[in-house]
Design a protein around this ligand. Structure first.
Ligand code: SF4
Length: 255
């Protein structure tokens, strides 16, 4: 039999079924495949565990049970595919390939997306968008793209690298939109976020077909209602569809 995809190996942190907690697809049931390792260091990061490479991939085969099965890393994309299919149930909307940062393992991320596409499962791909070139390897296999835009004050990278980072992020957003993926551009807002950074960013997204989401930070640095209103107003001067959506999975207490 001719295989539908090439098997690849990579490092995963978790596979589980839960509800999307961010952005316009909030509340949708998804199978999450969380890659391990990230190249950025955002001040608000809440994925400490998946920022580094981990020894085991943890799988919650019984959704919501908290019972985790461990599999040694690296794992193969065909093994991950079997776990995804085992978790796919009635009411599941899509497979969320997330991180960490999936584009740190571009071949593996592409293989995961290919596996899902071969099974007819819609793919929601979440990335910090650091490399447009790597993103172009997966964009044709995904149905939904959620791309972060980092502001200088997020301290995601050394200041000298920020311009290159944001150009890549904007490139990924435009590439996803051009490819016909439902595209989400997300910016995390902290109390310390300068309005001028939003003023400078938003004109770059004018005319791009993407849902623009301001996500208030949940923990330390959470913005005041007044700050959120001011930031929303500043963004809305450039786009008519600015949404403010908090992280709902933290309220639900799910993974
Ligand atoms: S890109 Fe995401 S995972 Fe990486 S440091 Fe920033 S918030 Fe954390």
């Amino acid at each position: 039999m001719i295989p539908l995809y090439t098997d690849e190996v990579g490092v995963l942190a978790e596979i589980f079924s839960s509800f999307q907690g961010e952005g316009p697809l909030v509340g949708r049931r998804q199978v999450f495949v969380r890659t391990a390792g990230c190249n950025l260091s955002c001040s608000y990061c809440d994925s400490a565990k998946s920022r580094r490479e981990v020894k085991f991939c943890e799988v919650e085969r019984d959704p919501g049970s908290g019972l985790l099965l461990r599999r040694n890393n690296p794992v193969t994309s065909s093994w991950a595919n079997e776990e995804i299919l085992g978790l796919w149930a009635s009411g599941t909307h899509s497979v969320s390939i997330t991180g960490g940062e999936p584009l740190c393992q571009p071949e593996f991320a592409a293989a995961l997306a290919r596996c899902c596409a071969a099974e007819g499962l819609p793919v929601y791909f979440e990335t910090n968008g650091f490399s447009e070139r790597r993103f172009l390897r997966v964009v044709d296999r995904i149905d939904f793209a959620a791309v972060d835009v980092k502001l200088p004050s997020h301290r995601a990278c050394p200041p000298a690298d920020w311009l290159r980072l944001v150009e890549n992020e904007l490139g990924c957003i435009k590439a996803a939109s051009r490819a016909g993926a439902v595209t989400i551009a997300k910016v995390v807002i902290l109390e310390s976020t300068p309005i001028e950074e939003i003023d400078r960013l938003c004109p770059r997204l004018e005319g791009v077909e993407a849902t623009f989401v301001l996500q208030p930070a949940s923990g330390i640095g959470r913005p005041s209602p007044e700050k959120l209103m001011l930031i929303h107003q500043a963004a809305s001067e450039h786009r008519g569809d600015v949404l403010v959506i908090p992280q709902a999975h933290k309220m639900m207490g799910v993974l």
